[in-house]
Every structure is written in C-alpha cells, then in structure tokens.
Design a protein around this ligand. Structure first.
Ligand SMILES: Nc1ncnc2c1ncn2[C@@H]1O[C@H](COP(=O)(O)OP(=O)(O)OP(=O)(O)O)[C@@H](O)[C@H]1O
Ligand SMILES: [Mg+2]
Length: 494
C-alpha cells in the first residue's frame, strides 16, 4: 500500500525580480517515482531546494507524514530522511571519492578514530552497485562531470533515506550508466522510498515515472497520474507550449576539404589519437563515460599538457600550448563543467558573455550600451531566461547557465567549435535552437567536434562519428552507417 509521505501546499518563492514558484502543489507517495519536467527556469530546482532546506518558501506549507512545517532547514531535512542529488555537484574537490561519499557521516569509532577500512569498503560497495569504474582513492577534482555525478549519487545512497530527490542526475550519463541508476531507483522504490526525479530527457521520464508533474514559469501547469496513454508530444506541448519532433531532423550541409589534422595526440590519459576534421563537418565523438573524450578535447584546445603529437591547421603544424593560443587561432571550446571551467559564477551574464570577445581582441573596446545590446540579442537568440544582462550567473537556473556558455563562445566567431556535452541540462526547445545554430556554423564553413552522451543527439547531428574507448580510438562510423546500434556495437567491441 502506498501512503502519502509528503505534501506541498501553495508553495511560493520569489527572488528579486522573479517569481520562481507560485502557489505550487505537489505530493509524493512511498515507493513511487514522481517526475517533474519543465523548461529552463521553470522552478524545478527551487522546489527541491525548499525541500532540502536551502531556501525558505515565502508562503504555503509542507506536510511530512501529516506534520506541518513552514520551512525546513538543511538539518531538519536531513533528519527527516530527505536526500538530494543536486544538479550542480557540491562535492569537496580536494578530498577522495571515498571521503566525499561519507563526508558528514559519523563513521568515527568511540575513540574518535576514523574507520578508514569501513569507509573504503562501503564506498566501493556502493560504486559497484552503480557499476561505474571509479577509483575510490582518486581526488574528486580529477573526475569528469559524470564521475562527479556518480559520486553524488553514491553519497546519497550511503545514507538511508525515505525521500530521494534527483535533480538531473543523468545529464552527462550514457545509456549504461542510466540503466544502472534506474536499476537502483527500482530497488529503492521496492524498499518504499519516495523518489522525486527531474530530467530534461523525456524518454527517461517516460521510462521511470509513475506520475508526472509539468512546471512552467513557476507554476505547476499539468499533472499525469500515469503515463498510460500519455503521448510524448502532449508532454512537450505542456512544457514549452509547442510541439517538437522526438528526433531532430537536421539540414545537411555539403562537407568540404580537411581543415584540421590531428596527429598522434598523446596526453596522460590519451594514447595517441589521429583524425582529420573537414570544413562544414560535424564530427561526433561517442564512447562510454570515462572513455577520455573530454581529455582528448582538452588536449586539442591546449588546456592539458600534451606529451606528444601535433595538430595541423591553416598550413601550420604545431602543438597546442594554451587555450588562449588556440582561441586566437579560431578555436572555441564549450566545456562540460560549467561551474568550474565554463563561467565566472559571481559575475554578471553580460560579463560572462563578453569575456571571450575581449580575450581574443584585447584592443577592442565596446561601450556599455553596445555590450548590453549584444547580450540582449544573445538572450533572445538562445532564450536565456534572466532578469537583465546584469544578473549574476550564479542566480540563473542550470539550463540558463549552460546557454550563457554557448552564447559566449558563439560570439567569438571561431572556425573550429569543440563542444563537450553542449546540451547538458538545457530544455527541449533550447536544444533545437542549439542544433539549428550548429547547422548554421557548418553552413558558414565552420567545423564542429561534438562530444555527447545523448545518443539521439549524436546520431542526428553527426556527419561522421569517432568512437573512443579507454583513451584510444575504437572505431569510426561514416554517415551511412550511423545508428545507435552501430555505436553500441563499436563500444562493446563487436
Ligand atoms: N538564488 C537565486 N537568486 C535569484 N534568482 C534565482 C535564484 N535561484 C533561482 N532563481 C531564478 O528562479 C527561476 C527558477 O529557477 P530554477 O533553478 O528553479 O529553474 P529550473 O526549473 O531548475 O531550471 P533548469 O531546467 O534550467 O535547471 C529562474 O528564473 C532563476 O533565474
Ligand atoms: Mg534546475
């Protein structure tokens, strides 16, 4: 028998200049997955931060097991058995994986000695459940974004809880990692845990949801008690107010001659990779989480130390030494981890968007009006939901931060766009806008290297796909052979 554990009634929350939530009702039963979907800035993360005790609501009430609360604090929320996996990773970067999983936990024995053996054993056990290949002694700062997500999930699983909240846990997971997480979620359900699950990947929502709530502009605009008979398009329409195709059908652009030759690139995790990139081409790179795709991109962009190898671009053969050098040559890189390498969180949207232009043309000077105009144009082009160009990036929703990264790089007018999970966390409408922009880049003679864990995205956008495995190239798929099955076949080594 399912029981209602949680009820939210008429919850409102305003931030200066924006009503993030307006009289929202929501409830959760034991042993169910209640999904929340909605566009970027709809208020999803705000709601779960209220449950985690990070924000206090301006109005409304929270009922947990029928007991009324006006607000939670992080402490109360935790004591009541609520665990949250945030959209942005909040881990201690200099501590190890095992330490992070048990951070704040009392694995200290009576004499005040930390039970290292137990901590390491339990951390390993939980990561094995997730089937992710992560060294428990690695420092968290050395993990990629997917690794960090896995550690966050493990951290939540390490604590027995009654309510688990996942805010876009799979944004940079591939199919295998998603499958493992869903297996764990199903086990949690059987144990009676109530689960709130937020995702922009609609096919995941259809797979895991028992009930679905749709948020739009701070309101809960639709609710489905079951996904039975619910059409994909109905849900999209409720979210973004228009229909889209589940599978994007991109316009094809003729591909020209070779513009970039990468030869035998070797870094600490990359074992000698060679490939060429053509004019107007979108070259996809597939592979499992941990296959070192990001590391390859970072080497090309000069962000990591190259052990050997060269790139040949515009008739010159050289070694990428720094991102600034590469930017001046016309390379741009959209990074996967927005909090660390992508944005200055405590600066305004305008400063963040203009920064690449200025580092590329230091002598260039624009007046404030012009900066404002450019920023507003980018906000319009990518539908960035922000109060004004002066809003701090820190206060934007996750998806809107991702759009800010895209805007800043798109403005540099580069020739080679390196994109690492560019649509991570952005809503379905904005995804299509970005796909259109990628096609525009190709049409204008630019070239794109696209790393994506989102299979439909990789399949529909790429002219050719390279597949990486353990830091090496495992295969190449030409356009006529591109399909999800073929990608998986190469990944598993068939
Ligand atoms: N601390 C804050 N200060 C000011 N505004 C904020 C703050 N946190 C959120 N907002 C604003 O509240 C609105 C809702 O944001 P929220 O993060 O809840 O969206 P979301 O539905 O999680 O979006 P996404 O899908 O992009 O993650 C946005 O307009 C956002 O800019
Ligand atoms: Mg969010």
């Amino acid at each position: 028998m399912r029981e209602k554990i949680l009820q939210l009634k008429n919850i409102s929350k305003a931030f200066p200049g924006v009503q993030a939530l307006e009289e929202v009702n929501f409830d959760l039963e034991t042993g169910e997955v209640h999904c929340i979907v909605g566009g970027n800035g709809a208020g999803k993360s705000t709601l779960i931060k209220i449950l985690a005790g990070v924000y206090s609501p301006d109005g409304g009430e929270i009922l947990l097991d029928g007991v009324r609360y006006e607000r939670f604090t992080p402490h109360i929320s935790r004591d009541l058995g609520i665990q949250t996996i945030y959209q942005e990773t909040l881990l201690a970067p200099t501590l190890s994986v095992a330490e992070n999983i048990f951070l704040g936990d009392s694995l200290i024995n009576r004499n005040g000695v930390v039970k290292w053996k137990e901590i390491r054993a339990r951390a390993k056990e939980i990561l094995d459940l997730l089937e992710v290949d992560i060294d428990i002694d690695a420092k968290v700062r050395d993990l990629g974004i997917a690794g960090k997500q896995a550690v966050q999930i493990a951290k939540a699983l390490a604590n027995e809880s009654r309510i688990m909240i996942f805010d876009e846990p799979t944004a940079s997971f591939g199919r295998k990692e998603v499958d493992n997480l869903f297996k764990i979620i199903r086990t949690l359900k059987q144990r009676g845990v109530g689960i709130i699950y937020i995702s922009h990947r609609i096919e995941e929502v259809f797979e895991i949801a028992d009930r679905i709530s749709v948020f739009k502009d701070g309101k809960s605009v639709a609710h489905h008690d079951s996904k039975e008979g619910l059409a994909f398009n109905t849900l999209i329409h409720e979210m973004v107010g228009r229909s889209t195709n589940q599978f994007y059908d991109r316009e094809r652009v003729p591909v020209g001659g070779v513009v970039l030759e990468v030869e035998n690139l070797r870094g600490s995790d990359v074992n000698g990779i060679s490939f060429s990139l053509k004019r107007g081409e979108v070259l996809g790179i597939g592979g499992m989480v941990g296959s070192k795709r990001t590391e390859l991109l970072r080497l090309i962009f000069g962000a990591d130390r190259l052990l050997s190898g060269t790139v040949t671009y515009k008739g010159k053969t050289f070694q990428p030494k720094s991102p600034l050098q590469m930017m001046k040559k016309g390379f741009c890189m959209v990074t996967e981890d927005r909090a660390i390498t992508g944005l200055l969180m405590k600066r305004s949207l305008k400063e963040n968007i203009m920064i690449c232009k200025y580092s590329k043309f230091p002598q260039m000077f624009l007046n404030m009006k012009e900066e404002e105009r450019i920023t507003r144009a980018e906000m319009e082009r990518l539908s960035i939901k922000a109060k004004s160009p002066d809003q701090l990036v820190l206060n934007l929703s996750g998806g809107n931060q991702q759009k800010a990264i895209l805007a800043k790089w798109l403005l540099t007018n580069g020739d080679i766009f390196i994109m690492d999970e560019p649509t991570r966390g952005i809503d379905i409408a904005a995804k299509e806008d970005l796909y259109q922009l990628i096609v525009e880049i190709a049409k204008n003679g630019g070239s794109v290297i696209l790393v994506s864990s989102d299979m439909p995205e990789l399949v529909c956008m790429s002219d050719r796909i390279l597949i990486m495995k353990d830091g090496s190239l495992a295969g190449e798929l030409l356009q006529e052979n591109i399909s999800e099955e073929n990608i998986i076949r190469v990944i598993v080594g068939g």
